[in-house]
Structures are given as C-alpha cells and as structure tokens.
Design a protein around this ligand. Structure first.
Ligand SMILES: [Zn+2]
Ligand SMILES: [Zn+2]
Length: 288
C-alpha cells in the first residue's frame, strides 16, 4: 500500500487514494482477513495522504463513528457495483454541494467542505454484515461467533468474520455516538428491491419489475426523487397505494432487513414470506 501510494502520488498529487469498502473481510483495509487496525498501520508514512474511506454496503457512517481514530476521514459511500444490474448502481452515493469539477470534488473529499453526507443501504443488506459460513447456512452475531471460537459448528471450518464484528473489535465508543460536525445520512433499500417485494417476485431482475420501474422513472425523472422527495399524496396518485406506502416506509428507514453474511446479501423483508434468496444453495446471476 505504501508503495502504491508513493507511485500514484508521483504521477500526480491530484490522484486521490480512497480505501474502498473499508471493512469487508477479503480485500479491504480493516477486513478480518487483511489484518490492519488503522490507516497508519497500512499506509505508514503515506497515511497523511489518505483523507477519506469508503464505508461499503455492510457498514454505515454510524458504525464508523464508533471508532475515534477515523474521525479525521471523510466517509464516502459508493455503489461498489460488481455487476451490470441497474439496481446495484447508485444504491449508495454521495451528496455534494459544489460546482462539479475535479478540483472541487477532490477538495470536498479532502476537507469535507461541500460534502453534505451520503445515501446508504441498511448495513444489514450488505454481503458481509454479520459472521458466518455460507455453505452451512450458519449466520452469527459477533457474540455467538466468540462463543464458537470463530469456528463453524456444522463443518469445523473457520467462519468468515464480518463487518460488524470488526467494527466492534476496533470501536472505542458505544453504539449511537455521533462525533461533532459529521454530516447525516439517508438509509434506503433500492427501489427495484422494494418493487420485487411488492410484486411478490424473487428477484429485481424480473421483467415485471423493470416495467413498473421504467413507468415510474418516466413520471418522476429519477429514483432518488421518488425515494426521497415526491410527497406521499403525489406517489399515491401515480401508483397503487400499497407501493406508495412501501416507498414512504423505506424513506422513513422502517424496512427491516435480514442480515447478510459470508457473501450472501441481506434480504429486505418487504412482504413476509418473500425471503427466498437465502434458501437457494446455488448462486444465481443476480446475486453479484
Ligand atoms: Zn468491491
Ligand atoms: Zn460450515
């Protein structure tokens, strides 16, 4: 990491290095498999060139606020879309109040000026929120993992230690602590997921979902507008009351999510009984 930072900064001081999905187990700065407990440990004398962290789906700013040594970093949220599915794009994003150009963008990231916060998914929705072993359908809260000494009780292999566990390991503040001056964030489940639940189909990749989605985008312009701005009465005029109700429920952060673990996405509980992706043994294409 030190060498990478050195080389990039040699090319241009305007290159920004932002550790992505900072907490996930496999390829990230604080992940259980990578072994760093601080930015300084990872980047050493280049740590002062790091100004921001990308929190990943499985953690939100509130979780990061529990670790005081992260206070100096701007907490970004990107889509981390590893596939072409449209509902993966923009599922997390950054809110900027700047004139859009590269210089201003970098300045907002480095200083927090003009950086107004983020849109997040529920951290439970992320693939590595809790600990577990996917092949055995074992999913544990950090305390249970500890009881089992990080071992899967079904097969005896190591459990994949998730994001919440790592945050708790490094946290020096209680849950709910908010450092001064940190921007707020929105918590939203992607609209296509809400629609899949509403229509009773197992995946947002269904044609029915695309049709409904496109018709609403045609009316309201973009997803964030529908999710955050359009008043309830307007939503009710444009669609079924039940769907409008779900959009409002999502806006208020009241949609529960069964936590993800060991590469399995969390499942939004939009309609009871639609929690089906969890049961499938084989990965379907839409899981990436
Ligand atoms: Zn990624
Ligand atoms: Zn197992």
């Amino acid at each position: 990491c030190v060498e990478l930072a050195e080389k990039l900064k040699e090319i241009s001081k305007d290159i920004e290095i932002i550790p992505a999905h900072a907490w996930t187990p496999w390829f990230s700065i604080f992940g259980s498999k990578s072994g760093f407990d601080s930015v300084e440990e990872c980047f050493q004398d280049k740590a002062n060139e790091i100004f921001a962290l990308e929190t990943g789906l499985s953690s939100d700013p509130a979780m990061n606020w529990r670790v005081s040594k992260l206070d100096r970093f701007t907490l970004l949220s990107n889509s981390d879309s590893h596939s072409y599915w449209p509902w993966r794009m923009g599922r997390e994003c950054n809110i900027l109040d700047i004139e859009l150009n590269y210089k201003n963008l970098i300045n907002a990231i480095r200083t927090g000026k003009g950086f107004e916060g983020t849109v997040e998914v529920d951290p439970n929705y992320g693939k590595y929120h809790l600990d577990g072993h996917r092949a055995c359908d074992v999913c544990f809260e950090p305390a249970e993992t500890k009881k089992h000494k990080n071992i899967c009780p079904k097969c005896g292999n190591n459990l994949t230690i998730g994001v919440l566990n790592r945050v708790e390991e490094l946290a020096d503040r209680p849950e709910g602590f908010k450092p001064k001056g940190k921007p707020d964030f929105y918590k939203l489940i992607p609209l296509a997921e809400i629609m899949a639940g509403y229509l009773g189909v197992s995946q947002p990749s269904s044609k029915k979902v695309f049709e409904l989605y496109d018709s609403l985008i045609g009316k309201f312009g973009n997803e964030l507008n529908i999710m955050l701005e359009v008043p309830a009465e307007k939503l009710e005029q444009a669609m079924d009351k039940k769907l409008a109700g779900l959009i409002i429920k999502n806006r208020e952060g009241r949609i529960e999510v069964t936590p993800g673990y060991d590469g399995v996405y969390g499942v939004a509980l939009i309609e009871p009984g639609v929690e089906n992706t969890r049961k499938k043994k084989q990965k379907s294409l839409a899981e990436f």
